[in-house]
Design a protein. Structure first.
Length: 271
């Protein structure tokens, strides 16, 4: 019985690792900016779905649509075309992937994605359309992002505190969802290569679902603190096949950094 219990415990400990490996193998991103197609052509080429109010249904869930290993290449630029200022390029080139904050359960922010699914959640209130939320399967801290759709403006810079996701406001231009975000902190990386930014970062995302299986993110990156001029990037998201959805994935439950350092979660003791 004791041997049997040891096998069960070992299998349970491996579960998060195997889950991550399986996701990486199925949805591994390519540096070309494209992600592995997930739905059959018959499904992917189907018509764009719509909500009862007539707006495009952006729910997904999706794979891709942003940067992961290299924002320059995945955004459609050639090597050296990202207009980094000298200090920003030097910092990027000095960074090591193992040091990036995202690996230690912090939010990956915008326009970062990973090989795990994510979705838009379009909410409604008694007064009509409410905020739009973005949720990621990878349960890093603060993994839910909110986009205000009520016509409000960004807070005054003098009272706005920098945050991981920034302050996002959105509106519709025809069938395109436009998201304007400011107020980011300067901690997260754009990619595992270590591309930096400053608190002056301003992003504009233009999300257009072109078919049932494809959604394009035309992305404006503007940061006068790190870039010599604004730059246009383009990312493509692919929908998961029907029947697939986000799974529960809590980053801190498999915190290998803490385990290696001899630090464990108190709620896990005795289990």
């Amino acid at each position: 019985m004791k041997g049997f219990l040891i096998v069960l415990v070992a299998a349970g400990a491996l579960a998060p690792v195997l889950h991550a490996q399986e996701r990486e193998e199925r949805f591994a991103p390519k540096l070309s900016g494209e992600f592995t197609p997930t739905a059959s052509p018959e499904i992917a080429n189907g018509p764009v779905p719509r909500l009862p109010d007539g707006h495009v249904d952006l729910s997904g869930p999706w794979i891709g649509g942003g940067s992961n290993q290299d924002i320059e290449s995945q955004g459609g630029l050639k090597p050296g075309e990202l207009p980094l200022l000298p200090w920003a390029k030097a910092l990027r080139d000095s960074r090591d992937e193992k040091d990036e904050p995202y690996l230690y359960c912090t939010p990956m922010s915008v326009p970062r994605v990973n090989p795990y699914p994510w979705r838009f959640v379009q909410s409604y209130t008694s007064k009509g359309a409410g905020p739009i939320f973005v949720i990621h399967e990878n349960g890093d801290a603060g993994a839910v992002r909110q986009i205000f759709m009520d016509g409000r403006k960004h807070p005054d810079p003098d009272v706005r505190l920098p945050t991981w996701w920034g302050h996002s406001i959105g509106w519709w231009e025809g069938d395109t969802l436009v998201i304007d975000t400011v107020g980011y902190n300067d901690i997260f990386w754009f990619d595992s290569r270590g591309t930096p930014h400053t608190e002056q970062l301003h992003t504009v995302e233009r999300w257009t679902r072109t078919s049932f299986g494809t959604m394009v993110n035309d992305f404006t990156l503007d940061d006068p603190g790190a870039l010599s001029h604004p730059v246009q990037l383009k990312f493509t998201a692919r929908v998961l096949p029907p029947g697939n959805d986000l799974l529960e994935f809590v980053c801190t439950e498999n915190n290998q950094y803490g385990i290696a350092g001899g630090v464990s979660n108190s709620w896990q003791k005795g289990k």
